[in-house]
Design a protein around this ligand. Structure first.
Ligand code: SF4
Length: 347
């Protein structure tokens, strides 16, 4: 481990001079910092900026978000993906109102107990908002720290995260938020996955992997879970008055969002038409195919147009006829928005 203060001071000096400007770095409001950390999980900084600005403008206080309908919250999240983050955050904010008088707790254990808060979010919000001594370990920090130490532990394992959190504790006894952000910024700007800029790295003299020539072999990470392929068919059903048939998802993935009626590809059209008491007629050939990648699954969707003779909703109680012109009021997952646009253009 490096002698404090030189490593830490060097890193923080670099951060002070080179950090990117971000709106959430200009606030000390724990609620705003928390929003940014939730949005930044799995999402690029540049994508998050506009969502963050709009979110804090529409829900400027914890109370305003706690009072909001889940549909309104998901609508503000539309396009950011990983919607369970938004639902969990909404639930957690309600817990803050109910259990903590609307004030984000500055007790790490109380904060960790809130819905959807894991060790990373706990450390990030507690250190940045309250300067508490917790180390953030995200993908950037895994990479930077494993290279600095030429560490060969498998960073896919929980015990490696715990070990890194312990290693970093001495560095977060003061200025914890700044140190954590500096480590992550170094990983984002200099110590990047495939083309690290070691020649411009402020802490190069502390880096064991650089010295040994093993930079691109670190971090060690075992292979990710394989993606599963889901072969599906979607019905685009629109009546003559410009209403489309939608259903609200009840499954854990994308729960609460809206989609066109969807079935496994094996379901026969005869069975589907039977479900609608033969009030729809499905085209024999799909209008087009679409593939969409989620974290652990791929949807391969055949999109069929169906003609309708009656406003029957089939067997799904979550289905509704909705005017196409009202589409903006409903939260669609990305593949459904693509289907909507393609079918509207084809008309
Ligand atoms: Fe990363 Fe290279 Fe800096 Fe080491 S010297 S921390 S590998 S950028």
């Amino acid at each position: 481990m490096y002698s404090e203060p030189s490593f830490k001071e060097t890193l923080i000096t670099w951060f002070d001079q080179h950090q990117r400007q971000m709106p959430w770095r200009e606030t000390t409001n724990p609620y705003y910092i928390w929003i940014s950390e939730v949005m930044l999980q799995q999402t690029q900084v540049n994508t998050v900026r506009s969502y963050y600005e709009r979110f804090i403008s529409d829900f400027p206080t914890i109370e305003s978000l706690a009072r909001a309908d889940e549909d309104d919250v998901l609508k503000r999240w539309e396009g950011l993906g990983y919607y369970s983050r938004a639902r969990n955050f909404h639930t957690a904010v309600k817990e803050v109102v109910e259990k903590h008088n609307g004030v984000v707790p500055d007790d790490p254990e109380a904060f960790l107990a809130l819905k959807g808060v894991g060790p990373y979010t706990q450390a990030a919000v507690m250190s940045i908002a309250f300067d508490l001594p917790l180390a953030t370990v995200d993908g950037n920090v895994f990479r930077v720290w494993s290279r600095l130490n030429d560490d060969t532990q498998d960073t896919a394992l929980q015990k490696t995260r715990k070990s890194y959190e312990q290693d970093l504790l001495p560095y977060v006894q003061s200025q914890s938020g700044t140190f954590n952000q500096a480590m992550m910024e170094l990983g984002a700007l200099i110590c990047t996955p495939t083309s690290p800029l070691c020649m411009f790295c402020p802490v190069q003299e502390h880096c064991e992997a650089f010295e040994k020539g093993t930079v691109l072999e670190r971090p060690i990470k075992t292979k990710k879970q394989k993606k599963t392929l889901h072969r599906l068919q979607v019905l685009y059903v629109e009546d003559e008055a410009g209403n489309m048939l939608l259903e609200q998802r009840d499954q854990s993935l994308l729960r609460g969002m809206w989609q066109f009626p969807m079935y496994p590809v094996e379901t026969s059209h005869a069975d589907i038409e039977q479900e609608f008491d033969h009030h729809i007629l499905i085209d024999e050939e799909p209008s087009f195919h679409l593939k969409h990648q989620f974290t652990h699954r791929t949807w391969d969707i055949a999109v069929y147009r169906a003609k309708v003779t009656d406003h029957h909703i089939g067997g799904n109680p979550f289905r509704h006829w909705i005017p196409c012109s009202d589409k903006k009021q409903y939260t669609f997952p990305v593949p459904m928005t693509k289907i909507f646009k393609a079918m509207q253009q084809a008309d």
